[in-house]
Design a binder for this molecule. Structure first.
Ligand code: KIV
Ligand code: ZN
Length: 517
């Protein structure tokens, strides 16, 4: 068995902007990607996979901008194992302080036969050529045999040795379809480490998907087997059931040094604010019972637990909420609270905001305080994130009116204004006020969308609580998401719809006519 030495570092490779963003409805704008990358670097992530430059011009631009602007972390770009992809990746990455090219090629029998139509020797040749080319451009090269966990072990060992000989500095072993289990993955890593026992300069890395809910357990088993890099995403977002969650592995290693005597450079007090930033940027709410960053992660309801907690928090808490950046306060702000108290609370909540962002959020706070007696931490967090992350414009809501009566169709009327000053308006009918308002917006903008997901949550407590609406919609076979915040949930819903439509390329150019119901 591989022994872990206490002085060893566990590298944290974040792929929120690549594998995470690949999940349906999780796409982020360039500005959102830059904000997320900046926060990841500040939190201490070692490697940020910023995208797949050959996938689209948007991905290329995002990787290039992250490479140019984000300092401290290594910036990585994904490439298939062929020359145009690798050259494109380098084109975008060359500006980074530290860059890495991540080359991948599938190796399992099912992928070889049905996806690639390639024999084993051709795979080996492609791995050699791809890694050699990448190494001629960049000193830091990672290779991933896609679907490694379902690849024949002897062939996987051949692939790993070819990649190592061609100059790969990291070899990543993905459980692409979330099929493996901890004991099996531990054995696979111990086996692969053995195969390249003479190459202790090569870092073995693990990349797990969560189809059977074992991505974190499998990643940690791989660490016990010899992996020294974990690939993960914030909130575990990613293809299908998602990827290994960054906050969970980081806190597992930190909480159980007896089992994982390794260190990471992650500032764990940033986990909660970064989780919320990503949730807002992707429109994917964090489940309330999500480990580490969910709303209930540190809530104790049962009387017997509360009693224990009052005597000694360690009776029911294995981590302190402050360790992950959740600041507990009973402080409630209201309309008489000043700028100074507001700013202090924002900082205590772990957010770094510019003076301009604070000023805008403070103005929103004053408007909210007129409608809502008590402003809780969750309200402040929502206001800050709205100003910090969400894309605004070109279309914004100027006026909304709705009317409903039980047993009758609802009607709505909207006025929407473009950044250029152009105003459109329309009326709509529907089964309920939200459906009527959505129909009015679609008519006003001349678009026809399919609503895929609609999620309303209350922010904080009370009857006057703000509603936080997250939606995703389909338009011309693409999925877009948006979120909206307001004390009136119909208005929050319309804002969410407009934010999603503002992401649709071409909607800005639409010249709709005004239509009335
Ligand atoms: O899941 C996977 O196999 C991947 C590779 C590209 C690393 O995301
Ligand atoms: Zn993946």
């Amino acid at each position: 068995m591989t022994t872990i030495s206490a002085s060893e570092q566990l590298l944290i490779f974040d792929t929120t902007l690549r594998d995470g963003e690949q999940a349906p409805g999780c796409s982020m704008s360039l500005d959102e990607k830059l904000r997320v990358a900046t926060s990841l670097a500040r939190m201490g992530v070692d490697i940020i996979e910023a995208g797949f430059p050959a996938a689209s011009p948007g991905d290329y631009e995002a990787v290039k901008q992250v490479a140019q602007q984000v300092k401290g972390s290594t910036i990585c770009g994904l490439a298939r194992s062929h020359a145009p992809d690798i050259e494109r990746a380098w084109d975008a990455l060359q500006y980074a302080e530290k860059s890495r090219i991540h080359v991948f090629l599938a190796t399992s029998a099912i992928h070889r036969e049905y996806k690639l139509n390639m024999a084993k020797d051709e795979i080996l040749r492609r791995v050699h050529d791809g890694v050699t080319l990448a190494r001629s451009l960049c000193v830091d090269v990672e290779f991933s045999p896609e679907d490694a966990s379902r690849t024949e072990h002897d062939f996987l060992a051949d692939v790993v040795k070819v990649a190592a000989d061609a100059g790969a500095t990291t070899i990543n072993v993905p459980d692409t379809v979330g099929y493996t289990v901890p004991s099996e993955f531990f054995d696979l890593f111990a086996f692969l480490r053995e195969q390249i026992a003479d190459r202790d300069d090569i870092v073995l890395s693990v990349h797990c998907h969560d189809d059977l809910g074992m991505a974190v357990a499998n990643s940690l088993a791989a660490v016990r087997g010899g992996a020294r890099q974990i690939e993960c995403t914030i909130n575990g977002i990613g293809e299908r059931a998602g990827n290994c969650s960054l906050e969970e592995v980081v806190m597992a290693v930190k909480t159980r040094p007896d089992i994982y005597p390794l260190f990471t450079y992650i500032d764990s007090t940033q986990l909660y604010p970064v989780s919320r930033l990503v949730a807002k940027a992707t429109g994917m709410h964090v489940p309330r019972n999500k480990a580490i960053v969910g709303e209930n992660a540190f809530a104790h309801e049962a009387g017997i637990h509360q009693h224990g907690m009052l005597q000694n928090a360690q009776t029911y808490e294995i981590m302190k909420p402050q360790d992950v950046g959740i600041s507990r306060s009973n402080l409630v702000l209201g309309k008489h609270s000043g700028r100074h108290a507001f700013r202090k609370r924002v900082e205590d909540l772990g957010f770094r905001v510019s003076d301009q962002e604070t000023e805008r959020a403070f103005n929103d706070f004053k408007i909210l305080a007129d409608k809502k007696k008590e402003i809780f931490d969750a309200d402040i967090e929502a206001l800050v994130l709205r100003r910090k992350v969400t894309q605004s414009g070109p279309w914004s809501l100027t006026r909304l009116s709705t009317s409903s009566a039980s047993g009758q169709a609802s009607t709505a009327h909207v006025v929407i204004t473009h950044d250029s000053g152009h105003e459109v308006e329309a009326g709509g009918r529907g089964d309920g006020p939200v459906a009527a308002a959505f129909s009015a917006v679609e008519k006003a903008l001349g678009v026809d969308v399919v609503l895929r997901n609609f999620d309303v949550r209350n922010v904080s407590m009370g009857e006057d609580a703000q509603g936080d609406v997250a939606i995703s919609l389909e338009y011309e076979q693409q999925e877009y998401h948006g979120s909206g915040l307001h004390t009136d949930i119909i208005e929050a819903s319309v804002r969410a719809l407009l934010q999603a439509l503002n992401r649709v390329p071409g909607v800005a150019a639409v010249k709709p006519k005004s239509v009335t119901a």
